[in-house]
Design a protein. Structure first.
Lengths: 493, 1019
């Protein structure tokens, strides 16, 4: 074991141990006290941060570009069939399927892990006081630990399976934190919505993973993305395939990073306690999509069309979020649309630079979106944490300026006719109609199919078992409109 | 169809029920049911439950917890019950026992209930049929099972009693003779269950059906569709945009044209994508030529609401989204409290929009209701098809009786002899004493518990004590009536027994619109019910004017830049530049502010002080024009008005003579970060702002020789060498600020320094006493550490409880300080200074005091009361997901109604009892005042407050009950005594009982102060 692998293991194990400690304590119904929870959190975050900074220093000092750490091959299926479509380099034997847990420390993952530890550590300390004496204190920190583990796994993933594991943990914990206040219907409903979008995005990632496996028999990034360390890798896929895989990845990214047309889940996710909103949707999980794109940037580089698609998607989202955000009247929606604007821009940058970097052979261009992610994460977290101070801040500003703060409608709108102004406002206040469109053209048809199946099912059952008598007014579960689907609060007492 | 004028009247009336809170930045404490104060308390509560759908009592479990912890005692329950039942108490019910016994049994022990499936499981799978409830002692168990055995073997075994032998076939077996005690016990329980089941079987169970008035409730009952959900999701963003005070940078088009016009302009041209809104543009076009009231009248008709129900229906529709509706109404009615007031008729137009949308929604969802043709017929149709369900089940009834029989020690044998009529009486007694009634009883007992303790303490403390003021006080200080100042005054008097303290409503008689030197706008500093006439501004002294101009320009430039920065961080290019360029730097303040809040804020303050306004300022107090106004010479008070203010305050606190050399007035305010509800910690008598300027203004007025001359004419002689100093008490950090010290004469420096030393020491002790309620502060914290702890709390972004405000309020004493001096009141009491000996025949002074104090204190008390009892209904719920909206209020998470009321973190330690008002006055005086002032009369006579009087001469107490003053007889004859209050409070986090503090009663001499460090546990 080298020093690198010891440090690397510490980075991964610190959050994993935290999950185990907090999780097991909750499972046996002996949750830790607030003080001990906090100690455990601080300890895990501190150790993880120190270890990851140490790795960074060692990498910079020793000029190491990539340090892979393997946790063994879990499944290897050999076969005698013809070799996979693409013969990857370093491939001695023909494996049909190969599944490994592998972590990769390089110039992309290490900064991202450090960001994770810094922000999560700070939020951990913040939440300790903020959540003090709240009934869900323990639940919050268990989910928080799962989230941190998910983030670390995702950022360090060396194989697409590892990445998917982390990706899922992040999705699960995020959703459960959105619906943290489970006694009210809105958080549950919005949590459910976030969950649906995440599943769609997971499906994209899963399809991409499947395709990659199908093509090369394994999901190791280093094999797929070529030999060089990030950002210098060059993928060895045929451009056509790269485009197909890329499209699935874009689906995954669009869902996770709230790009058009999935954008509206982001403001809806602001149901949890403020620190969780800050860290998940302002700073970390919303950037995961962009991170994934950076990880697979060699694939983007292969297909100019794909780069253009990514770039266009990013720009559209940025413009959409900017316009929509201006009409929002609550601080959390304002901040989430502001975050969305930057994430859209980051995605556009990735699309542009990954292609440019190959074209100009200037891989360092990819550092720009990475720095953008890191900076945006920190700045936005601070803004979110300060959100409740808004009233105080506005008062201070007004007092110093000496008048009411003006809304800057003078410049951008004076040349627009009244009709256009109303049209733009209508678009913005309805959040680009995205919710309604998705609901009407995606969810409803889907539900109709399911309901048809349900009816067929009933009909068959009826023929087998005889007629079923329904009470008057009772509607089968699936018949209820989905947005009002929470039967919930029929109090027993 | 209703006439438009009638509609306007209905909406206007309904608006009175809406939360009257206004902007959260100027939190006004008001009774949530203020509009119902003309009704008796309990009737008001019933109305509130019905209209608002909120709880008005805690759950039975919570009261039982209080019973277990001794916050309610059995004797309180007994007394309350006896009073409630009157003669009815001794009526017989069941085999033996009275109604009183039955109800006591149900109060003292939990009678559980559960759905049928759970009940069946419970009876089958647990030992409920083998073991008696734990309350029944082994001896009683034996007696009960013996009784049952006798009955079983003698009566049931006989052929003649066929019915029971069929139910208990095992009795006829030969082995019955060899049953063990255990088997007989099990049998006695089974028999009890069967007898109870038999007893209730014949009695009819009433049916209940949904009697809701709104379509939404009926529809939801019918198939679970909640049309409010769709309606609100569409309506809330629009309302928020309409009331927005400047959060959104894209303003709502045509906002100035009014609610309806603006809504119509936005939606007339293009339909939203939602299916139910497809017809909206066309509907709006049709309705555009009508007035709001006409639209409402038409929609009511289309919705099938008959004229006689219109009032109630509209009220219920308004209350469905009451946070927004209330804010719309306040913005229209009290525009002076809003930066951007709303146009007149806003609420009316809101109702028009709401009903229009409601009709569209119903027209859409009606397709799920088979057999209903039109929206107008929907209510009658649903009324017909909705099934009625029995209110309870046989199993539930049996189970209730099964438990009660055990609690009453009734055996199966005894019960089996009851006649049908007796069963009926029994069941009706049990059902009548339902959950709501039991909670009501608990609540009254809870109030009684505190009332008895408080009145006992006051009676004992004043027994044999002559009422006199502090002789030759070293200095005097006047505070707000706030409960938080009560502990401060006590500490001051402990440290310095020669200090005399007073209290009056914290605006000190100076009702004004005030603008500080660094403020942009005037704000009203007076109780919410008052609309001030006078304006006062703070100005930098002439010699520092240039420095002030430079600094304020610097502030302005910095603020403009910072505003641009905030706005820019949301734009595309600016945001990218900031994030990519400077973003990582944000981690420094992020980490610093979370981990080291106090240090960070001190650094920031030091840097900011370069630009702070120059330290020497004056209030522009004297008006030169005849009429007051908000500019130039019209600002300020005339000399006569100043003398009026001074006379009024000095009379109210009862100081006409006996002035010391130095007299302080302390307003109070609270400063903390990251807290949208900051304003609810500020002075309630200043409409949720800090009251420092009021104290400063009063001191400046009374220091004016011309005012003093006018006062002499009115019989108040202020000695030449008396100097008044205004100041402010920061209740979050427990620090004092003094104003206009540069005007203090040289002769008074020593007096001031002495006083300041005492006051600083009192601050430390006060901080220490407050810290006992903070779980994050150590139990034995020292006064010095306590100061650090409380300051740290206010600077911490993550802190949701910077202080507890008035959360522990429970009583209010109006009278001379000597009545409460030296009594440990645990920050639970408002204290109002009033000297009955200098009041006139008509009790003019008391009338004026009560006119403000009763309204303000009942507002504060009942706001806490309701916010605590149903935190998510009346209160604002937990702070954690709060989301600042439109710069006016908060929503829960992504979208909800605007949350009015107090957040849970602010009321957490409250004990919900109606305020106990103790007034040092005679019944006759009070009757006169209640007759004169309708608001006071309503609150006191209708029981929104409890009232007791203390005889000014004999200090005897009487309690106001059902319109009569009943003499109060103390239940104890001794109070615990401690040397200093720290001995009493330290080491205990919960509410504390009353005690006598000995060190305040020392003679006039100076006792040196030494900080008390960890003075041991309370005695």
């Amino acid at each position: 074991m080298t020093v690198f692998s010891i440090l690397g293991l510490i980075v991964v194990c610190a959050p994993a141990l935290l999950v185990v400690v907090l999780g097991v304590a909750s499972l046996i119904d002996r949750p830790l006290s607030e003080t001990w929870t906090q100690r455990a959190v601080q300890c895990a975050m501190g150790v993880g941060l120190v270890a990851s900074v140490a790795i960074l220093v060692m990498m910079l000092a020793g000029n190491e570009r990539r340090v892979p750490i393997e946790l063994g091959h879990w499944v290897i299926l050999h076969d005698d069939l013809p070799p996979p479509l693409i013969a990857t380099s370093h491939h001695d034997e023909h494996t049909l399927y190969h599944f490994a847990f592998k972590f990769e420390f390089d110039r992309l993952s290490v900064p991202f892990v450090i960001l994770t530890f810094v922000l999560c550590g700070t939020i951990g300390a913040f939440a300790d006081k903020y959540m003090h004496r709240e009934a869900g204190f323990n639940r919050f920190f268990v989910l928080y630990a799962v989230f941190v583990l998910g983030m670390v796994l995702t950022s360090l993933a060396g194989t697409i399976e590892t990445l998917f594991t982390g990706w899922e943990l992040v999705g699960l914990s995020s959703t459960l934190l959105v619906s943290f206040f489970q006694e009210r219907p809105n958080p549950c409903r919005n949590g459910f919505r976030v969950w649906c979008v995440y599943r769609l995005s997971d499906a994209g990632l899963l399809m991409a993973a499947l395709l990659l496996h199908h093509l090369s028999g394994e999901g190791d990034f280093d094999k797929l993305m070529g030999t060089g360390a990030w950002p210098q890798g060059a993928a060895n896929l045929p451009p056509g395939l790269a485009f197909t895989v890329g499209l699935f990845l874009v689906l995954a990214v669009a869902g996770k990073s709230a790009l058009v047309p999935f954008s509206t889940w982001l403001p809806r996710a602001m149901e949890g306690p403020t620190p969780s909103s800050a860290i998940f949707y302002g700073a970390l999980s919303v950037h995961l999509g962009a991170f994934l794109l950076l990880r697979v940037s060699p694939i983007l580089a292969l297909s100019p069309v794909l780069s253009i698609v990514v770039c266009a998607l990013g720009l559209t989202s940025a413009v959409f979020a900017r316009v929509t955000g201006r009409a929002q009247t609550d601080i959390k929606a304002v901040l989430s649309f502001a975050a969305m604007t930057q994430v859209g821009l980051i995605v556009a940058e990735i699309g542009l630079f990954s292609w440019l970097s190959r074209f100009l052979s200037a891989p360092y261009l990819l550092y720009i979106p990475l720095v953008h992610i890191l900076g945006h994460g920190c700045a936005r977290t601070l803004q979110f944490l300060r959100a409740p101070t808004l009233l105080h801040d506005y008062g201070v500003l007004e007092n110093a300026i000496g008048s009411r703060l003006s809304s800057d409608n003078s410049l951008s709108q004076s040349w627009l006719s009244e009709r256009w102004r109303i049209a733009i406002y209508h678009f913005a206040v309805n959040r680009g109609y995205l919710d309604a469109v998705l609901h009407r053209y995606l969810v409803d048809p889907f539900l109709r199919v399911l309901r048809w199946c349900d009816r067929m099912d009933d009909r068959i059952t009826e023929q087998v078992n005889g007629p079923v008598i329904a009470k008057p007014g009772e509607v089968p579960a699936l018949e209820r409109p989905v947005s009002g689907s929470l039967p919930g609060a029929t109090t027993l007492s | 169809m209703k006439q438009p004028e009638e509609i306007e009247q209905i909406v206007h009336n309904a608006a009175q029920l809406l939360p009257a809170q206004g902007p959260v930045t100027a939190f006004a404490f008001l009774n949530s049911l203020q509009a119902l104060e003309h009704l008796p308390f309990e009737e008001g509560l019933a109305r509130g439950r019905d209209w608002f759908g909120c709880e008005t009592y805690l759950s039975e479990v919570r009261y039982r917890e209080k019973l277990d912890r001794g916050r309610i005692r059995l004797v309180d329950l007994q007394e309350t019950l006896r009073q409630e039942l009157g003669e009815h108490a001794s009526e017989q019910v069941g085999p033996h026992g009275t109604v009183f016994d039955l109800r006591m049994a149900m109060l003292a022990n939990p009678v559980r209930s559960a759905p049928v499936a759970e009940l069946n499981w419970f009876m089958a799978e647990t030992d409920a049929q083998r073991r008696y409830r734990p309350e029944v002692s082994p001896e009683e168990v034996l007696r009960l099972s013996e009784e049952t055995r006798l009955w079983a073997l003698r009566d049931v075994r006989r052929e003649s009693n066929l019915h029971w032998s069929k139910v208990f076939p095992e009795i006829n077996e030969a082995t019955v003779d060899r049953w063990t005690d255990e088997e007989w016990r099990a049998f006695s329980l089974r028999a009890l269950w069967e007898v109870c089941a038999q007893g209730v079987r014949e009695l009819p169970i009433p049916l209940a059906r949904c009697t809701a008035m709104r379509h939404r409730d009926l529809l939801q009952e019918f198939n679970g569709v909640d049309c409010d959900e769709h309606l609100h999701e569409f309506l809330i963003p629009f309302c928020a945009a309409f009331i927005d005070q400047g959060l959104a940078t894209l303003p709502l088009p045509q906002r100035e044209a009014g609610f309806w016009k603006s809504f119509s302009a936005l939606h007339r041209a293009r339909p939203p994508v939602e299916a139910w809104l497809q017809k909206l543009p066309q509907t709006l076009q049709q309705l555009d030529s009508f007035s709001a009231a006409e639209i409402i009248a038409r929609q009511l008709e289309d919705l099938g609401i008959p004229d006689r129900e219109a009032g109630e229906f509209l009220t219920r529709e308004l209350l469905a989204l009451r946070g927004y509706a209330g804010t719309l109404w306040q913005g229209e009615d009290r525009g002076d409290r809003f930066g951007r007031p709303l146009p007149k008729r806003t609420l009316l137009e809101y109702v028009a929009v709401r009903l229009t949308l409601l009709k569209l929604a119903l027209a859409h969802f009606i397709k799920d209701v088979p057999g209903c043709g039109s929206v107008a017929a929907l209510r009658t149709h649903l009324d017909k098809v909705l099934p009625s369900a029995p209110v309870t089940t046989l199993a539930e009834r049996t189970f209730a009786l099964f438990q009660i029989a055990q609690l009453m020690r009734w055996s199966a044998a005894a019960l089996s002899h009851l006649t049908a009529e007796q069963w009926e009486t029994l069941i009706s007694e049990v059902t009548r004493f339902d959950d709501l009634q039991r909670r009501r009883m608990f609540h009254l007992a809870f109030e009684r518990r505190f009332r008895v303790q408080a009145l006992d303490a006051l009676a004992i403390h004043n027994r044999g004590r002559t009422a006199e003021r502090v002789a030759a006080p070293r200095f005097q200080s006047v505070y707000c009536i706030d409960t938080r100042e009560q502990s401060f005054r006590r500490h001051l008097e402990e440290i310095c027994p020669s200090a005399e303290t007073f209290a009056t409503a914290g605006f000190f008689g100076v009702a004004m619109y005030y603008k500080g030197v660094a403020d942009a706008h005037f704000q009203a500093l007076c109780p919410i019910v008052v609309r001030p006439k006078n304006y006062v501004v703070e100005e930098v002294v002439y010699s520092l004017a240039e420095s002030h101009r430079l600094r304020s320009n610097a502030r302005k430039r910095l603020a403009t830049a910072s505003h641009q920065f905030h706005i820019g961080s949301r734009s595309i290019a600016g945001g990218a530049l900031l994030a990519a360029g400077l973003g990582v730097m944000a981690s420094v303040p992020l980490v610093a502010r979370v981990l080291f809040p106090l240090t960070t804020s001190r650094i920031r303050r030091t840097v900011g002080s370069v630009m702070a306004p120059p330290p020497v300022t004056r209030l522009r107090l004297e008006r030169l024009t005849a009429e007051p106004g908000d500019t130039g010479d019209a600002i300020g008070y005339s000399l006569k008005e100043m003398a009026d203010v001074g006379e009024r305050v000095l009379n109210e606190i009862g100081v006409g003579t006996g002035f010391s050399r130095l007299m302080f007035f302390f307003g109070h305010g609270s400063f903390c970060l990251n807290n949208p509800h900051k304003s609810c910690y500020d002075c309630g008598a200043c409409s949720g702002s800090a009251g420092g300027p009021n104290a400063r203004a009063l001191a400046a007025m009374l220091n004016d020789r011309r005012v003093r001359a006018l006062l002499i004419e009115r019989g108040i002689v202020i000695p030449e060498d008396t100097v008044f100093v205004g100041g402010m008490h920061n209740t979050a950090t427990d620090t004092m600020t003094y104003y206009d010290l540069d005007l203090l004469p040289r002769s008074h420096f020593a007096d001031f320094e002495f006083a300041r030393e005492q006051l600083d020491a009192a601050c430390q002790l006060n901080a220490q006493e407050r810290c006992r309620r903070f779980y994050s502060a150590p139990l034995d914290i020292s006064p010095v550490d306590a100061m650090w702890h409380v300051e740290n709390r206010t600077e911490d972004l993550a802190q949701t409880r910077p202080e507890f405000g008035n959360a522990s309020n429970a009583m209010c004493v109006v009278g001379r300080r000597c009545r409460t001096r030296g009594l440990y009141l645990d920050r639970r009491s408002f204290l109002v200074s009033y000297d009955p000996t200098i009041d006139d025949e008509e009790s003019t002074i008391l009338g004026r005091i009560l006119g403000a104090v009763v309204v303000v204190c009942s507002g504060i008390n009942l706001q806490y009361f309701f916010s605590y009892i149903d935190p998510s209904g009346w209160g604002a719920g937990t702070k954690l997901p709060h989301n600042v909206t439109s710069l006016l209020g908060v929503m829960d998470g992504a979208m909800s109604d605007l949350r009015s009321g107090l957040p849970w973190q602010g009321v957490e330690i409250h004990e919900p009892v109606r305020l106990l008002m103790v007034i040092e006055a005679l019944p006759a005086a009070l009757e006169k005042i209640m007759n004169r002032n309708a608001a006071v009369g309503n609150i006191l006579r209708n029981g929104w407050m409890q009232l007791a009087l203390m005889n000014p001469h004999t200090a005897e107490l009487s309690l106001y009950q059902n319109g009569e003053y009943v003499p109060y007889v103390p239940t104890i004859d001794k109070l615990p005594q401690v040397q200093r209050s720290v001995n009493w409070y330290q080491g205990w986090r919960e509410h504390l009982d009353f005690a006598q503090i000995l060190s305040t009663t020392a003679s006039g001499g100076k006792t040196p102060f030494s900080p008390v460090v960890a003075a041991g546990a309370r005695s």
